[in-house]
Design a protein around this ligand. Structure first.
Ligand code: HSE
Length: 328
């Protein structure tokens, strides 16, 4: 779990709280969007890394953003992903309240691990708690998508839905929003985050706008196979469905060592994997923890050889999503 020592730095605000609880702390998990073949429609929450946030209810209808980390993210609410998400929630609440947010990020922006989604989702889940949980999970995803729009120019929910619901989610549709939580067998997840930044907006810009029918057929075969494999606990089917013939061939060019990590990890027994979200992180799924650890060694070897700084995680699927911190 991330260190939460800086969260308590938040100073008390002069604004009187409206409810019984005026402040709440939450943790918000990293997420792997796309799950290889499901561009913009599948996502999975990870147990590690997680962001920490403290959200305080204010009587006056303002949004204040503060950071307890070193990422130098914007503090103007309209330019900040948590701020944009809270503005949408605040409007739905007819602007009767405000919020002060202190963000302490462990999920590095531009990592492909759903950093912006964690901030947006954490903010709206915490704010909703302070208002007595009046909004539904789909409402929260809708509000938080305004944060994703700030981050990438596009409203997508494949990081937000797993971040808020936990587990693996299918976003069958954005308009109208239709989120389906999927069951899955136990899976170990190994992630390598090369310390290069790939902006989601850039990684979307380079994609081809049209898809060949034969590629589409392969892709929807894999998506259907992956969903079926997850629901039936069929590891073999999950493994052979983790293929992406549309997005990965374009985006993987931005990630040094990608092919080597993928090929060597599968040879070591991983079920499969690919780019996490828009990259540059790469994730691999394994049935056994021992395999997940071997995959970590493979990832370390590849990036040490290339000479790119990196960080690895050996983790598992987070089933709870954004969580209230103990003591609140
Ligand atoms: N589905 C989005 C993309 C996720 O791949 O662009 C971004 O994190």
């Amino acid at each position: 779990m991330p260190d939460d020592k800086n969260i308590s730095k938040s100073s008390a605000d002069n604004n009187a709280p409206l409810g019984n609880t005026s402040v709440v702390r939450v943790s918000a998990p990293a997420t792997v969007a796309n799950l290889v073949c499901g561009f913009d429609i599948l996502g999975m929450a990870l147990n590690d890394p997680q962001d920490l946030m403290e959200v305080r209810l204010l009587a006056e209808p303002v949004i204040k953003i503060k950071h307890a980390d070193d990422y130098d993210l914007p503090v103007e609410p309209e330019r900040n992903v948590a701020g944009a998400a809270l503005i949408a929630l605040q409007e739905a609440y007819e602007k009767k309240v405000g919020f002060e947010v202190l963000v302490n990020k462990s999920i590095k922006p531009g990592s492909g691990l759903g950093s912006s989604a964690a901030s947006s989702a954490g903010a709206v889940v915490a704010a909703n708690y302070l208002l007595g949980n009046i909004f539904s999970k789909p409402d929260l995803v809708r509000f938080a998508m305004n944060g994703e729009k700030v981050a990438s120019g596009v409203k997508h929910a494949d990081n937000l839905a797993p971040c808020i619901y936990g587990g693996i989610t299918l976003i069958r549709s954005i308009l109208p929003l239709d989120i389906i939580p999927l069951s899955a067998p136990p899976l170990h997840v190994t992630v390598v985050h090369p310390q290069i930044e790939v902006k989601t907006s850039d990684a979307r810009q380079i994609l081809r706008k049209e898809v060949q029918l034969k590629s589409a057929i392969m892709q929807w075969g894999n998506i259907a196979g992956l969903v079926t494999g997850l629901l039936k606990n069929d590891y073999e089917l999950i493994g052979r469905s983790l293929e992406d013939v549309i997005i990965e061939p374009v985006r993987s060019i931005l990630i040094p060592g990608f092919d080597e990590v993928k090929i060597n990890s599968k040879e070591a027994g991983a079920l499969g994997g690919g780019i996490s979200g828009s990259g540059p992180s790469i994730f691999m799924l394994s049935k056994e923890e021992e395999t997940a650890r071997k995959v970590e060694t493979i990832m370390k070897n590849v990036f040490q050889k290339i000479g790119v700084e990196f960080r690895t995680y050996v983790t598992f699927i987070n089933q709870t999503g954004v969580k209230l911190m103990p003591g609140e």
